[in-house]
Structures are given as C-alpha cells and as structure tokens.
Design a binder for this molecule. Structure first.
Ligand code: COI
Length: 364
C-alpha cells in the first residue's frame, strides 16, 4: 500500500519483552550504548511506493542481503537525540525538529530519500511510548535514540538504492565518557583528515565516523581521550572532534567555535550559541588556527576549551597534545563558563529550568 503521508507507526508488540527484574538489572549500571530496549521503529522506502510499512516491532537482528548496497558503498546516515525523564515522570526530547531537519539534509547529500519531519517525530514518539519504562530516572541518565537509514537494495551497481530502510533503536545511557563532567585530553591530528571541501563533512553519515577511527586509535596511543581534526585543505584550522563540536572561551568572556561548512551542525552547538548570544556573551563562528589557539592558551587569552554534542553534552577539555606540543588549558579543570553552560543546558533538558525557547517536545 502506498502511504506517503501517513505518519502512524503501528505497534506490533514484542512476544518476548524483558521481565521487570531483567530491565531493572539492565538499568542498574548505565554505560553508553550497550543496552537496548525491547522494540525498534521501522519503515521501508521503495522508489515505486515511497515510505510505507511504518511499524514498531521487537528489537531483533536484521536480515540483510549480502549484496545490500550499504555494505559496499556506505550509503547510510544517522541521528542521535535523547529522551529525558522529568521529575513528574513525563518524557521529553530536546529539539527533535533539529534532528529531523538534519536527517533530511544528510539524506539529500547521501542520495537517500527524505523522511518527513512528521514521520521522524512519529517514529520516536511511538518508540518511546512503547518502551517508556526503559527511560531511566537516575541523575544524568537518559534514553539515547539512534534513528538511522540505509540502502538495503541488493544491487552492486554504483547508483542511489531503490530500497531503503529507516529504523530507530533506543538505548538507556549514562554519561558518554565514563568519568562524566571531567576534563578530556585531546590529540590534535596533523596526519589524517575527517572531511574535505565538497565532501560529506556536514552530513551525519557513518563514513565520517569510520574515517575518524584510526586517528582516534592514535589518540588513545598518545594517552588522549579524543582526536581533534584540522581542515583538509590547509591543515591549519580546527574542525571538530571524532564525534563532537569544539568551543573556546576567551579571557573577555566571549566564545568561539569553528564555522560551519565541513563540520557537523550540532544541535548542542547551536543551542550553546543561542544561549550565549541571549545572555550577552559575544560569539564568533570563524576559522580558528591551531597556532592561534596554542598561543592563546599560553598567553592566557583562551581560558577554557570544551567539547559538545548530544552524547557528550558539554565536556571540558583540559589538555591538547600534538606531535610538537602538549599544553594544559588554565588549571586543566572545568572552567566557570563551561560549567555554567553545562548546567543551563542540562537543567532545560531535565525540566529543572524554564524552557523559554520551547526546545523541549513532550513524548509521553
Ligand atoms: C551524538 O552525539 O549523538 C553522536 O552521534 C556522536 C556519537 C559519537 C555518539
């Protein structure tokens, strides 16, 4: 049946949901992205039928033809957002419209079909309503939602697939970094690039993350937590970390972050910029040369550096290391601006502070 404008995800309940005891055990010690709920959302697109067969079904391994195009040509995109439980038990998402719009932009770049904002919202709403008991309530926890879309057509020719699957899986999570809001050390990679001009850097596609894995492994070897990439064209300017954006705080209280273009347009990045502007804190989205950053840190002009993203929220950066430098930022601890922004954003997300922007969207 063709149903391109329907937005109902029919719930087909799992025949084997986890028991209360199993769920309680799974929610007891939350890590990032290792436990998954009982259901997943799913829809299929074909070039003759459009989007159809929207449903919530039991979480289960996928059956995929070995010739599925995604396995060969990486035609795949994803999103990341969280559902937060508020004190009254209600469950909310943070700016899901932004994720829906970014998924649509990523789809266009990867020659995948666009999923409507209404379908995106319906998929996460139906999944969270079905698995509401999996949304944790311990401080700092949430239900991480991972919508993704991939080329499932069995065909080895290089062209956009004519069959595509969209899914949403959900994972109750604690902090992305095991130590939570503790300063990270960053390896600044001068050898590898994440994305080049005209490439897929602004899209949220698996290939960008695959390209970050070798340099990320190098970062671990160097004793660092994360890798930071420089621009591919000149190897001069900061881009982003393996999976999050980066910000500087200057002595005069202003903040700076790399301009958009070849980096991901983070929802947390955008929210921080808005909060700063409204709070009278000057913001600058521009090119930031690594040399300028290092000089600024040594001269005390750059007082704080932090990473941000849905998974990482806001995480302070205490140290930058490269082939010929190793510098500590300030006293190496979380600075006051980083801490204030972290508290503001998380207070809004968990319903502890007025949501003046209408950023929160009630799911349950
Ligand atoms: C997110 O922050 O949601 C991401 O997709 C980044 C990923 C490295 C977990």
């Amino acid at each position: 049946m063709t149903s391109t404008d329907a937005t109902t995800f029919e719930v087909r309940p799992s025949s084997h949901p986890r028991s209360l005891a199993e769920r309680t055990a799974a929610l007891a010690d939350l890590k990032f992205g290792v436990v998954f709920t009982d259901h997943m959302a799913r829809a299929t697109w074909t070039d003759d039928e459009g989007w159809h067969d929207r449903r919530i079904e039991a979480y289960a391994p996928l059956s995929l033809d070995p010739a599925a195009a995604v396995l060969h040509y990486a035609q795949e995109i994803f999103e990341g957002l969280k559902a937060y439980r508020h004190a009254d038990g209600s469950i909310w998402a943070f700016r899901p419209d932004r994720n829906a719009q970014r998924l649509a932009r990523s789809a266009e770049r990867l020659a995948l079909p666009v999923l409507s904002e209404a379908d995106f919202h319906a998929s996460i709403q139906a999944l969270v309503a079905t698995d509401a008991e999996w949304v944790p309530s311990v401080p700092g926890s949430s239900l991480y939602l991972r919508p993704f879309m991939f080329a499932s057509e069995a065909f080895l020719g290089v062209r956009p697939a004519r069959r595509v699957d969209y899914l949403v899986i959900a994972s109750p999570v604690g902090p992305y970094f095991t130590n939570g809001f503790q300063p990270l050390s960053i390896w600044v990679d001068a050898e590898y690039n994440r994305a080049g001009p005209g490439g897929t850097g602004a899209a949220k596609c698996g290939g960008n993350y695959a390209a970050s894995l070798l340099p990320q492994a190098q970062a671990y070897k160097e004793g660092c937590d994360q890798v930071c990439f420089l621009d591919a064209a000149t190897g001069t300017y900061l881009e982003e970390l393996g999976g999050m954006n980066v910000f500087l705080v200057m002595k005069d209280g202003s903040v700076r972050t790399p301009a958009l273009g070849t980096i991901l347009e983070g929802v947390t990045r955008d929210s921080i910029l808005q909060l700063c502007r409204e709070g009278g804190r000057p913001v600058e989205e521009s090119r930031i040369a690594l040399t300028e950053l290092l000089e600024g840190i040594r001269a005390g002009e750059v007082t704080e550096v932090f990473a941000c993203g849905t998974a990482a929220v806001i995480t302070p950066i205490g140290r930058l290391k490269g082939t010929d430098f190793d510098v500590t930022i300030g006293d190496g601890q979380a600075g006051p601006v980083t801490t204030e922004l972290y508290e503001t954003i998380t207070d809004i997300q968990y319903g502890r502070r007025e949501d003046a922007h209408g950023w929160m969207s009630r799911l349950v």
